[in-house]
Design a protein. Structure first.
Length: 173
């Protein structure tokens, strides 16, 4: 089964006509790659978090945009599967969307971003070369990290509760 990930789209001028060209993360061209898909599989277009946004058996009827495309054996497609925003592709199979996993993923992303922002300051603090201004910023970011970790996610079961999560505000600057 084929999976093509993280497409980028570029408009290319071809004799005065703008043509949209999509290539995946390996540089493979979408139009050239269509011939490699099996005709009897379901193809799903999914976004960066796995949410299935389009599907079909005819690969030529799909457009990846800035997303990814995978094919799935029809025998592995859940009988309840419909294109209703409640299904994800996890890299291997189609599964019902779980909002608690999405909330944990967002928490992980926020913590990763905070770790990146604070990395240099942490080293400077250990070396005792940090300025007072940077130290104050580091303290604010560490308070933010603590608040993100403490954000209650156990009640996240559906879209409404997911959208009600009150993530802490990122520090300024």
């Amino acid at each position: 089964m084929i999976t093509m990930k993280n497409f980028t789209v570029e408009n290319v001028d071809l004799n005065g006509l703008l043509i949209a060209v999509a290539t995946d993360e390996t540089g493979a061209d979408w139009y050239e790659s269509q011939k490699n898909f099996h005709p009897d599989t379901l193809k799903v277009v999914f976004d960066a978090v796995g949410l299935i946004i389009s599907e079909g058996q005819d690969v030529s009827a799909l457009w990846p945009g800035g997303n990814s495309i995978a094919e799935v054996d029809p025998a592995d497609v859940p009988a309840e599967f419909t294109l209703n925003g409640e299904w994800v592709f996890d890299g291997k199979q189609i599964k019902p969307r779980t909002y608690d996993a999405g909330a944990e993923s967002k928490r992980k992303d926020l913590l990763s971003e905070a770790a990146t922002v604070t990395a240099d300051w942490r080293v400077e603090l250990q070396l005792n070369t940090i300025s007072e201004e940077d130290k104050a910023s580091l303290i604010k970011w560490m308070e933010y990290i603590k608040a993100v970790k403490a954000t209650e996610l156990s009640q996240v079961k559906d879209e409404d509760t997911f959208n009600q999560i009150e993530w802490p505000d990122k520090p300024e600057g």
